[in-house]
Design a protein around this ligand. Structure first.
Ligand SMILES: [Zn+2]
Length: 218
């Protein structure tokens, strides 16, 4: 993400992530890829709809993620006792039963980290799309890049599915709204990350701060 240096808006120096070749890349048409001159791997893509697609996706993720965290994942009835819990509630049970490390393993990669990534992306994408020049967009984008490997909602979803299968014989399970919205959030989250082109975001931020400097100086 940090391996780009802007020369001009249409002509940049780019380091290939695969073979480390430093090369001058001319302007790329929307919807097309820039290809490495040495190893022919994809350097970056110039997305057709700009950042409208990732912005629309991340707003949808945010809504689903909030709903998934407010509503119970499932209702369990075991020997007449009814239990209902949200994701944070499940982590809190581990915390209360003296396993803070288990609580952290559940809560950090499935709630806190994805929450920070989604909120951070919303902030950066809104700022770029509507040319709002909000502060701290660059450090937030760097932070998102660092956090990305630690957001593992899909792993947590797999954990829920396994526990449902295991519990099916022991308890009556009613799947909650939190589970359905969590599944949608996982799919949309993956689509958002796939639609992001870090190179385009950095270019846009560079353009915005360039315009801001011109305005302040002139
Ligand atoms: Zn290469």
């Amino acid at each position: 993400m940090s391996s780009i240096k802007t020369i001009a808006q249409s002509d940049i120096l780019f380091v290939c992530h695969e073979c480390d070749a430093l090369q001058r890349v001319p302007a790329v048409e929307p919807g097309h890829d820039a290809i490495c001159i040495r190893c022919k791997s994809r350097l970056f893509r110039n997305p057709k709809g700009g950042i409208d697609k990732p912005l629309a996706l991340v707003i949808a993720v945010m809504i689903m993620f909030i709903v998934a965290n407010i509503h119970p994942i499932m209702d369990l009835t075991i020997v007449g006792v009814k239990l209902s819990t949200t994701i944070t509630g499940a982590a809190y049970v581990f915390w209360q039963s003296g396993s803070p490390e288990l609580a952290a393993i559940v809560w950090l990669p499935s709630v806190l980290v994805p929450g920070l990534i989604i909120a951070g992306l919303c902030y950066v994408l809104f700022s770029i799309r509507f040319q709002l020049n909000w502060p701290y967009t660059k450090p937030i984008l760097v932070l998102i890049d660092r956090l990305l490997p630690w957001g593992m909602m899909d792993v947590f979803l797999l954990g829920i599915l396994v526990s449902m299968v295991k519990l099916a014989d022991l308890a009556d399970i009613i799947i909650g709204l939190g589970f359905y919205t969590f599944v949608i959030a996982v799919v949309l989250y993956a689509a958002t990350i796939a639609s992001l082109e870090p190179h385009t975001l950095w270019e846009s931020l560079q353009d915005q701060s360039g315009k801001q400097n011109e305005f302040e100086n002139g």
